[in-house]
Design a protein around this ligand. Structure first.
Ligand code: TRP
Length: 338
């Protein structure tokens, strides 16, 4: 066993990865692999909590796995949640250590239940959606994770996870679960190029996001038509959302020289938005061209990578199995001897 601290995070299998997702989460996942014992899940059980199509779910799950590998997540650190069904078993046990009243306070449920209602034809809100945070607690605690890199919107779920761990520990009279800590990175927030007042997102439509695998022509078109402003603020200390967004993107891509040059030009009033956008295009293109190349390689080895993921899921399952065994013992349940 390594003495590295363990990091656990997870992402729902919902289609393409855009630069908002990449700079917000995936890039950080890739970096953390150097320093920590990382386990990253594609959580398909979670994706069932909203109205969904079974066929698309399986497609999206594999699609996301292949995309994550192309972006630099190591296959041995990846697992598919439904290949580790112990998550669902721990979910049940934790339901009995989680207060119903607490679950009613979750703001993500309030937002998502509204969305679920609008998406379904019969106003359907699943009990699974209500229970979502308890499954998330199981994801985290089943691996005894020390750190959980997530966005601020997940703080409430992490707090609930610690409450469940605490209650379990108290009730069974043993400090069995480590209380996991949230890990906030200084992830740059990327906005939509077409409407910089809103964040980059897929749900708003094609022109509101840039895929990490965006084809060159389309990338150029999206960046060159990015909404900026009339130029009235050039030379001042202020900046419109659109201009700020392009600066954020150039910096996030690691093009610091271009960033410094454009910033100096903005401040002294000599900036031309055409050149500025070209710099943003070049910054993004340096990443997309690399990712597209990686993706082609991944697709050429698709079968092998899928097998690797099944293998890594089986390895990761061993950790989950041990936790379930301990938990059942402590909780007064029966263990099957294999
Ligand atoms: N709820 C998380 C999100 O919406 C996804 C998630 C599920 C997760 N299980 C997790 C994140 C466990 C971290 C750890 O982003």
């Amino acid at each position: 066993m390594s003495d590295k601290k363990r990091v656990l995070s997870a992402i729902q299998p919902t289609g393409e990865i855009h630069f908002g997702n990449y700079f917000g989460a995936v890039q950080n996942w890739v970096r953390l692999q150097e320093e920590y014992d990382c386990i990253y899940g594609v959580v398909d059980y979670h994706a069932m909590t909203m109205p969904y199509s079974p066929k698309k779910l399986r497609e999206n799950t594999w699609g996301l796995i292949l995309n994550l590998v192309a972006l630099g997540v190591k296959p041995e650190n990846l697992f598919i949640q439904s290949l580790v069904p112990q998550h669902a078993e721990l979910n049940w046990i934790f339901n009995c250590f989680c207060s119903y009243g607490r679950l009613q306070l979750m703001t993500q449920f309030k937002d998502k239940s509204q969305q679920a209602k609008e998406k379904s034809e019969d106003n359907f809100i699943s009990a699974g959606l209500f229970d979502y945070p308890v499954l998330q607690a199981a994801d985290i605690l089943i691996y005894k994770a020390d750190f959980v890199p997530v966005g601020k919107d997940q703080d409430q779920h992490l707090e609930l996870t610690r409450m469940i761990a605490n209650r379990f520990n108290n009730q069974v009279g043993k400090e069995y679960f480590v209380l996991p800590e949230t890990m906030h990175s200084e992830a740059p927030k990327i906005r939509s190029l077409a409407d910089p007042m809103r964040k980059m997102s897929k749900s708003a439509g094609e022109k509101h996001y840039v895929s990490v695998f965006e084809e060159e022509k389309r990338l150029r078109k999206k960046v060159m038509s990015a909404v900026t402003d009339s130029g009235d603020l050039i030379g001042t200390d202020e900046m419109s959302e659109g201009v700020d967004n392009l600066f954020t993107i150039i910096k996030a891509c690691g093009h610091t020289e271009a960033y410094d040059q454009c910033m100096a030009a903005y401040k002294d009033g000599s900036i031309r938005y055409g050149d500025f956008k070209t710099a943003a295009f070049e910054a993004l293109h340096s990443l997309t061209s690399k990712f597209i190349e990686n993706k082609a390689e991944v697709m050429a080895n698709k079968k092998e990578i899928k097998n690797q993921i099944k293998q890594s899921s089986a390895e990761i399952r061993k950790i989950a199995q041990q936790t379930i065994k301990d938990v059942k013992e402590l909780a007064g349940l029966m263990n099957v001897r294999f």
